[in-house]
Design a protein around this ligand. Structure first.
Ligand SMILES: Nc1nc2c(c(=O)[nH]1)N[C@H]1C(S)=C(S)[C@@H](COP(=O)(O)O)O[C@H]1N2
Ligand SMILES: [Mo]
Length: 396
């Protein structure tokens, strides 16, 4: 039987993936399914709003929406509004309109390639991992010439030409223009996994903010406003989310695969802003529900799990992509400067053997490079879902 992704399961109308996986495991040798390092564009989980969803448009409507490579346009202009708090207006030497061909042309000189896990601040399980290619936003803004009184950059995409549907995000001018050495710039992406970005993933052109949750990576990007309004006006902030959140270092569990007295545990771990040292798991005989302050947490014995080794880059990267061209890789050796890669996800697994019959709970957590175990250092779930996950299983 072919492995079926959750995404395909939804497409096939299979209600319960858990039920389906159980039946699959019955036929398969009990092993963890190999995880694909890159998620194919169609297999990403989709998190987009709008009625109709912009990616459902076709034909003339798509051209009218400027969502084909030929019709796409990006407009960069100044927001000159002033008010009691913002007393000076932002000004730019020239407003810029850019088409797709011009963006690709800029890409020849300035392109960056970056492996990034896409994760929604409000959904624990990562949505997918892609190789994104584009032009740093700082290089685009240079086309506007001299800027004055610009403190923030607002941006949004096509939303059915309906202001009420607009999904907007923003960054500080500094975050856009100055990238710490070795860190990743914000960029305007035109390729995913070596192909033009498909409509569902926000193509033809999408913002990618390497360190952030998905809501900063605006799809169907068409407008950039340079403003002196320093306030964060991300649409997502209105829904009680932390608009300045960064990807959290955290482990997410797949379903447990049981074979006799052996249990295979595994999943994905994201290496967030604070980096990833290791993943560990805690096996507990099933018992009372653990409250956050239960004393059992202090007594828990966490055992190290194994992080997946680096993949064979030649075979996972799209044809023609050289690892040494990817940000975060050594330009000579083509090896990652650190492993796991920051803002990406890596598989982990562990095998628990010789288990006595009974019901068990297993939990997984990460420890970051500062020695903080998940969900610390910040356990506020509105800055990213990094609660410690739990799976239960039975050994009979
Ligand atoms: N234009 C637009 N961009 C958007 C959204 C949206 O609704 N409209 N959703 C955002 C959110 S909340 C997330 S988590 C990511 C998800 O990216 P994906 O759909 O490619 O997986 O897209 C972001 N970009
Ligand atoms: Mo999201």
């Amino acid at each position: 039987m072919n492995p079926i992704s959750r995404r395909q399961a939804v497409k096939l109308g299979i209600g319960s993936l858990a039920a389906m996986q159980t039946s699959m495991h019955a036929e398969e040798p009990a092993q963890i399914k190999p995880r694909a390092f890159l998620t194919s564009a169609d297999d990403f989980e989709d998190v987009s709003r709008g009625t109709p969803k912009p990616h459902s448009l076709t034909g003339e409507a798509l051209v009218k929406a400027k969502l084909t490579p030929e019709s796409w346009k990006l407009e960069i202009s100044a927001d000159e509004t002033t008010n009691e708090v913002v007393t000076q207006k932002a000004q730019i030497e020239k407003a810029v309109t850019l088409d797709y061909a011009q963006l690709l042309e800029l890409g020849k000189k300035h392109r960056v390639l970056f492996l990034k896990a896409m994760q929604c601040l409000n959904i624990a399980t990562p949505l997918g991992q892609g190789l994104w290619e584009g032009v740093p936003l700082r290089d685009l803004l240079r086309l506007c010439g001299a800027l004055s009184n610009v403190r923030r950059v607002y941006f949004w995409g096509f939303h059915n030409d309906d202001p009420k549907q607009r999904f907007q995000s923003s960054l500080s001018y500094t975050e856009v223009m100055e990238t710490p050495p070795g860190e990743l710039p914000v960029f305007i992406a035109y390729k995913l996994n070596g192909e033009p970005i498909n409509l569902e993933r926000g193509g033809p052109v999408r913002m990618v903010v390497p360190w952030a949750h998905g809501f900063k990576s605006i799809k169907w990007l068409q407008h950039i406003r340079l403003t002196n309004d320093f306030q964060i006006n991300d649409t997502y902030a209105k829904q009680n989310n932390d608009p300045d959140s960064h990807l959290k270092t955290a482990a997410y569990l797949d379903d447990v695969v049981v074979n006799g007295k052996t249990a295979h545990i595994g999943g994905w771990a994201i290496s967030g802003l604070s980096g990833l040292s290791h993943v560990e798991t805690w096996l507990r005989p099933a018992g009372h529900v653990l409250a956050d302050n239960d004393t059992e947490w202090q007594k828990a014995t966490w055992q190290p799990a194994q992080l997946d080794a680096q993949p064979d880059w030649k075979s996972v990267l799209p044809t023609g992509t050289r690892p040494q061209d990817i940000l975060g890789f050594n330009k000579t050796t083509g090896k990652p400067l650190s492993w796991p890669l920051r803002y990406s996800m890596v598989g982990y697994s562990t095998t628990l053997r010789d288990l006595k019959p009974g019901q068990y709970e297993v939990r997984a957590r990460t420890v970051d490079l500062n020695g903080f175990a998940q969900p610390e250092p910040r356990s506020i779930q509105k800055s990213g879902k990094n609660g410690i996950q739990l799976r239960t299983f039975t050994i009979s």
